[in-house]
Design a protein around this ligand. Structure first.
Ligand SMILES: [Zn+2]
Ligand SMILES: [Zn+2]
Length: 169
């Protein structure tokens, strides 16, 4: 379903719908857990001699750990795909273009799916924007309330405090 026969494309644009399981070998090496299938929806069409343009969107969810409080969270991952498949090697300077063999009989859409998904994965996630995280001293989850540790001293004043102690002694 994510491989489109060129003979079909010769008759006109082709709707491309599909789902790839998060465990699909295509996503081997993806370092996060995809907890929902990757849904792909788009349209592939000829764009001149030996050129085909694919516009699509991807949608899935990934599981991660809140960067601040380490709670398990799942977040949506969405990406738009604008890919050009071309039999002309000169067209391949464009980062969104993919090579197509001269004798190809089908277009495999899975390569751009993998690439765009990798680009769309967030570097880190938070459980919510105002997550207070864990106390750096005792490890209490500060979302549940204050932990009783004294407030961290402001580093800007530490030199002054040391001076004050010195004068006092
Ligand atoms: Zn959190
Ligand atoms: Zn604490």
């Amino acid at each position: 379903m994510l491989q489109v026969d060129l003979r079909e494309l010769a008759r006109g644009p082709v709707d491309t719908q599909g789902q790839l399981a998060g465990s699909d070998p295509l996503f081997e090496g993806v370092t996060v857990a995809l907890v929902e299938p990757v849904c792909v929806a788009g349209r592939l069409q000829a764009a001149g001699e030996g050129r085909f343009y694919w516009r699509a969107s991807l949608r899935t969810r990934m599981a991660g750990e809140c960067r601040r409080c380490l709670a398990a969270v799942t977040v949506p991952v969405v990406a738009d795909v604008d890919a050009l498949f071309s039999q002309d090697p000169d067209a391949l300077e464009d980062p969104n273009s993919y090579p197509l063999a001269r004798d190809a009989t089908a277009i495999d859409l899975r390569v751009p799916v993998r690439e765009e998904l990798l680009l769309a994965l967030p570097q880190w996630v938070v459980c919510r924007d105002d997550c207070r995280g864990l106390c750096p001293r005792c490890g209490t989850d500060l979302n549940a309330g204050p932990c009783g540790c004294p407030p961290a001293t402001d580093q800007r004043w530490s030199g002054l405090t040391a001076l004050k102690h010195k004068l006092r002694d």
